[in-house]
Write a protein that binds this ligand. Structure first.
Ligand code: HEC
Ligand code: HEC
Ligand code: HEC
Ligand code: HEC
Ligand code: HEC
Ligand code: HEC
Ligand code: HEC
Length: 391
């Protein structure tokens, strides 16, 4: 939906990022923001334990699928139904909005979605001519929106119109041109270059990485266990073996808990976008509000070695997003003193204004134009009324 041209990263290539040499000129411009530079230097350090994960499936270690993982890790089964776990779907999956009532008008073209026995089609007509193309994938669980990937003659297209939950209908896909489409096909969507297809799939689907290469044809919908833990057949074989020794020194599976806080943020950032991704893409405006690792690293709260400010301090990737403000308050108060008192570990200052709902004022929800969604700004700060977006 919003792939910003210019950056090129693939999931699992975190180590390769360290090789990127940033221009001295650009560096000078950022030196003023010392925490920022510190964060970037820190993110150059990567863990060698990533190597198993980076490869994806190899000849000796293949994907087993999340159903297999859940047979032993029953407590993790909720991961399958988070928005991440359902970040992509094949057409006709149950629980989807009723697209048949929706249409999108762009210039003289009317776009509709039709169900048929084989699946779903996106159909465009200009009153005289019409064109109908199969929907191959639906991207996005839809808390914000869903974009359709259409397939024609072996080529994938990103739909020009997307479903937006806040509107309950279709509107222009964020990032697409405002200019009226020049043809029926252009009214349906934009052809995706191969590299971009691989990027979309490496962030929204799973079991698609083979010896470091993305294989789109093999992709399973959604971000599942083996996206984050690497292919699991060796682990499963080891854990199924009755004669295995305990305790194990190596469970033959990648556990991101072993990463230092800054590396963990980059790990999530391999899909949610790191500071380096933002620098390379040059997206220095409200469009980067959805790139949480970058936003968080701008905060004065951020310390690359403090696990109280890493993504997993506030989010369990195996569960749906927590929405209770009281839960997040506890995360802030792990570092910040409360007004009355502070423990030794709460070295950061107390708020002079309030004792609860911290995120509501200091992590404001900001509207991203064209996305019909207000993203939570992870740049934790004192928000001054009327201030320009601190990009
Ligand atoms: C046959 C049962 C079984 C299956 C299937 C299984 N696991 Fe495990 N897993 C275990 C056990 C038991 C442990 C605890 C190992 C230990 O530390 O003794 C474990 C540990 C882990 C750990 C922590 C490893 C560490 O070093 O801290 C992760 C992560 C993990 N499993 C992920 C997975 C994933 C992903 C899958 C599917 C690809 C999976 N498991 C399938 C039994 C299983
Ligand atoms: C393989 C790519 C990938 C990785 C790695 C990844 N994410 Fe995500 N995440 C996504 C995608 C894609 C979505 C959007 C899902 C949707 O709604 O379609 C998402 C959505 C989310 C959401 C909001 C959805 C919700 O309500 O639960 C949270 C929170 C989140 N991710 C946290 C994390 C954290 C924390 C990590 C690191 C431990 C992480 N993610 C790593 C791809 C990824
Ligand atoms: C670098 C990883 C990455 C790439 C590449 C990527 N996405 Fe995403 N996408 C995400 C993450 C992370 C989220 C959740 C946070 C957000 O909304 O930005 C997301 C959110 C979305 C959403 C909204 C999900 C919801 O539940 O509302 C849609 C739709 C979407 N992406 C479609 C696409 C399409 C289509 C492509 C390719 C043309 C693509 N994305 C490429 C990582 C990626
Ligand atoms: C978006 C990334 C992501 C996905 C998807 C994911 N995990 Fe994890 N998993 C993590 C992270 C990060 C940790 C480390 C958590 C921590 O530090 O507390 C972890 C830890 C674990 C552990 C070790 C738990 C412990 O207490 O040490 C197990 C077991 C595990 N995951 C299994 C699974 C299984 C099974 C699935 C699929 C059903 C899954 N994970 C899906 C990111 C993910
Ligand atoms: C890892 C510890 C840690 C966590 C977690 C943390 N902070 Fe902070 N925060 C700090 C430190 C340290 C400072 C800087 C204090 C200073 O420079 O005097 C700070 C500064 C701030 C500031 C002042 C920023 C500015 O620009 O002046 C605000 C506001 C703030 N934090 C709010 C929060 C809120 C709200 C949360 C939870 C959503 C939170 N913090 C979580 C450590 C933390
Ligand atoms: C100090 C706590 C804190 C940390 C650390 C944190 N988040 Fe969040 N995050 C929040 C809050 C609060 C929300 C909004 C929850 C709600 O809507 O009720 C949120 C929401 C999200 C969402 C949902 C989309 C949105 O904009 O509302 C995503 C995705 C997400 N966070 C990803 C991340 C990632 C990736 C990291 C690590 C770089 C991270 N978060 C670190 C507090 C945190
Ligand atoms: C109603 C909005 C609101 C809520 C809720 C709120 N704050 Fe604040 N906070 C502010 C404002 C406004 C300031 C700036 C006050 C000033 O400069 O006098 C501030 C200042 C701060 C500072 C900077 C203090 C300093 O000495 O530099 C920190 C840290 C902070 N808040 C943390 C928190 C935490 C933690 C919570 C939750 C327990 C919280 N805030 C809840 C509005 C709020």
């Amino acid at each position: 939906m919003m792939d910003v041209s210019g950056w090129s990263r693939l999931r699992g290539k975190i180590n390769a990022l360290a090789a990127v040499v940033l221009s001295v000129l650009l560096m000078t411009a950022w030196l003023a923001q010392s925490t920022f530079v510190q964060a970037m230097q820190k993110s150059e350090q990567t863990s060698s334990s990533l190597s198993r994960y980076e490869q994806g499936a190899t000849s000796g270690n293949v994907y087993v699928g999340q159903a297999k993982c859940i047979t032993c890790h029953k407590g993790m089964s909720s991961a399958a139904s988070t928005p991440m776990g359902e970040a992509a779907a094949e057409p006709l999956r149950s629980g989807m909005p009723d697209y048949s009532t929706m249409s999108y008008q762009s210039g003289q073209y009317t776009v509709r979605i039709e169900k048929n026995d084989a699946g779903m089609n996106m159909k465009v007509s200009d009153g005289s001519a019409s064109l109908s193309v199969p929907v191959r994938w639906i991207f996005g669980k839809g808390y914000d929106g869903q974009t359709f990937l259409l397939e024609k003659d072996g080529q994938l297209y990103e739909s020009r119109s997307s479903y937006y939950a806040a509107l309950g209908h279709l509107d222009k896909t964020i990032g697409h041109s405002n200019a009226p489409p020049a043809s029926l096909m252009a009214a349906l969507g934009r052809a995706l270059p191969k590299e971009e297809v691989e990027r979309c799939f490496s962030c929204h689907t799973s079991e698609n990485l083979f010896a470091g290469r993305v294989e789109v044809q093999q992709a399973h919908p959604g971000v599942t266990c083996e996206n984050c833990h690497g292919a699991g057949s060796e682990h499963v074989a080891l854990m199924s073996a009755t004669s295995r020794q305990t305790p194990l020194t190596d469970a033959e599976i990648f556990n991101p808990a072993s990463l230092a806080p800054a590396d963990l943020n980059d790990f999530c950032g391999s899909c949610h976008r790191t500071t380096r991704d933002v620098m390379r893409s040059g997206v220095r405006d409200i469009r980067n509000v959805r790139f949480q690792p970058y936003r968080l690293e701008n905060s004065r709260c951020y310390d690359p070695s403090d696990e109280r400010i890493q993504c997993t301090a506030c989010h369990d990737p195996h569960r749906k997003l927590e929405t209770s403000s009281a839960v997040y308050d506890q995360k802030c108060l792990a570092c910040h003193a409360s007004q009355s008192s502070g423990t030794v570990s709460q070295k950061a200052p107390a708020c002079p204004r309030a004792t609860k709902d911290c995120a509501s004022c200091h992590m404001p929800k900001l509207n991203l134009p064209g996305a019909h969604f207000a993203f939570t700004d992870h740049y934790i700060r004192v928000v001054k009324p009327g201030e320009p977006y601190p990009d």
